[in-house]
Design a protein around this ligand. Structure first.
Ligand SMILES: NC(=O)c1ccc[n+]([C@@H]2O[C@H](COP(=O)([O-])OP(=O)(O)OC[C@H]3O[C@@H](n4cnc5c(N)ncnc54)[C@H](O)[C@@H]3O)[C@@H](O)[C@H]2O)c1
Ligand SMILES: O=c1ccn([C@@H]2O[C@H](COP(=O)(O)OP(=O)(O)O[C@H]3OC[C@](O)(CO)[C@H]3O)[C@@H](O)[C@H]2O)c(=O)[nH]1
Length: 388
């Protein structure tokens, strides 16, 4: 229920606001729209080129929150309505981006334009019109850990100083230019620097979010069902797709890279705290992740196989995974982050936020959703004879 008398972390009444949410039709945007509409009195101007993931919030128009969300189908690359919509709002949240690794090395120009050039007018309009901005960056700005450059058997690799990622201390370590994987991280880093400079020189009120592998329902697409057959989504959807089709999960370069995964619903709580506590959130860069949910990609595949078997009632394959080289899977120019553990000091101190959901629990609810949403459609597609 949307409560009107909401108070912030310092006991002050929160006034209802209008939020311009760019990229509202994506994975994170759809969850953020739900949270705002279900639990707050705020209004949303939802901007995106697609709205499939928020259709349930827009139709039918008799829904109790219908007057609090307005969808504007537009591409921020070239739409004169953008500045007006930012001016009408108290806060702008920019989520729009190309953010699937399969694109970084194969479409580096689109990636750089999307993550830097297209974000520029948003920053400019917020700065010129004295509007608050929450900008979505990424944990990828940290790149590789310092520890990854140490010899494999160095005891220093066990020292957190060499791998924990801190917003105000850790360096950003990318590979060479020919490793075009880093086009995304580099563009995100430059837009972070620009926003930071707008804050320092022109007083822009900003917050930068660095998500660490947020996962959950509605993430990306299942190839051949609600996305292109040849498309390569992020790992949750790649592995879900293989499980649904009863094919082995592909482990890129042996699945040795490590990630920490956070449940989307935990992470969205953090964003709502940022929205409603500007005095505590402004001027900060926040890691948002779950340091307790670390696995190698191989361990993720094993856990997903076990969880999927439980929620679907189907026995796991005898050979559940297969190794594949990054060149074969992603093409030339791929590279990887070795390990990503967020330091949580700043977000805990400023907003008192900590993640709650274990990896097992978040996979159980997410894979239950994947099975309910896609299993029948996959069966139908797989039963169709393929034309030769
Ligand atoms: N999901 C994560 O774990 C994660 C991790 C790190 C960073 N991020 C960042 O968070 C943001 C949102 O990520 P997501 O996972 O929801 O991705 P997503 O691809 O599901 O959502 C992005 C949305 O932006 C829209 N968009 C892209 N370009 C646009 C344009 N020119 N005009 C209008 N709309 C446009 C897309 O249509 C899409 O709906 C991105 O900036 C991403 O870099 C996400
Ligand atoms: O079938 C697959 C797909 C992927 N991998 C490997 O899994 C690791 C994680 O991959 P993914 O979730 O696709 O993306 P990254 O974590 O590398 O990057 C994302 O992090 C945040 C964000 O900015 C936005 O979401 C994005 O850049 C990776 O090691 C893949 O190689 C696999 O083995 N098999």
């Amino acid at each position: 229920m949307a409560t009107v008398n909401r108070v912030d972390l310092d006991g002050r009444q929160i006034k209802p606001m209008t939020i311009c949410m760019i990229g509202a039709g994506g994975f994170i945007g759809s969850h953020l729209c739900e949270k705002i509409l279900y639990e707050t009195p705020h209004k949303i101007l939802a901007l995106d080129v697609y709205n499939d993931k928020i259709k349930h919030l827009l139709e039918p128009e008799t829904l109790t929150w219908a007057d609090r969300i307005q969808f504007h189908r537009l591409n921020i690359k070239h739409d004169s309505r953008l500045e007006g919509l930012i001016k009408m709002s108290d806060l702008t949240i920019n989520l729009a981006a190309i953010c699937t690794p399969a694109d970084y090395n194969t479409r580096p120009l689109d990636t750089i334009y999307s993550n830097f050039i297209d974000a520029l007018p948003v920053v400019k309009y917020c700065s010129e019109n004295n509007k608050r901005l929450i900008h979505f960056s990424t944990c990828e700005v940290y790149g590789k850990t310092i520890g990854s450059f140490l010899p494999k058997d160095s005891p220093l690799r066990q020292d957190p100083a060499y791998y924990i990622l801190k917003e105000d201390e850790s360096p950003c370590i990318f590979g060479p230019i020919e490793k075009q994987r880093w086009s995304y991280a580099c563009a995100k880093q430059l837009i972070e620097r620009l926003i930071y400079a707008e804050g320092a020189e022109n007083g822009l009120e900003f917050t930068i979010v660095r998500p660490f592998n947020w996962i959950g329902p509605r993430m990306d697409f299942i190839p051949g069902i609600d996305g292109p057959s040849e498309g390569v989504p992020r790992v949750l959807a790649c592995f879900s797709n293989a499980l649904l089709r009863r094919e082995p999960l592909k482990l890129v370069d042996g699945g040795q890279s490590q990630r920490t995964f956070v449940y989307i619903k935990d992470a969205i709580e953090a964003v709502l705290l940022m929205i409603e506590n500007p005095a505590r959130a402004s001027g900060h860069i926040f890691n948002v992740g779950n340091p307790h949910n670390e696995v190698t990609v191989r361990q993720l595949a094993e856990m997903m196989t076990e969880v999927y078997s439980k929620v679907s009632g189907e026995a796991a394959l005898d050979v559940p995974t297969v190794d594949i080289s990054s060149k074969e899977f992603y093409g030339e120019g791929y590279d990887d982050s070795d390990k990503r553990i967020p330091d949580m000091t700043i977000i805990d101190r400023q907003l008192g936020w900590n993640p709650k959901t274990s990896l097992w629990d978040l996979l159980e609810s997410t894979l239950t959703y994947q099975h309910r949403t896609y299993a029948e459609a996959i069966k139908k597609v797989m039963a169709k004879p393929t034309s030769s």
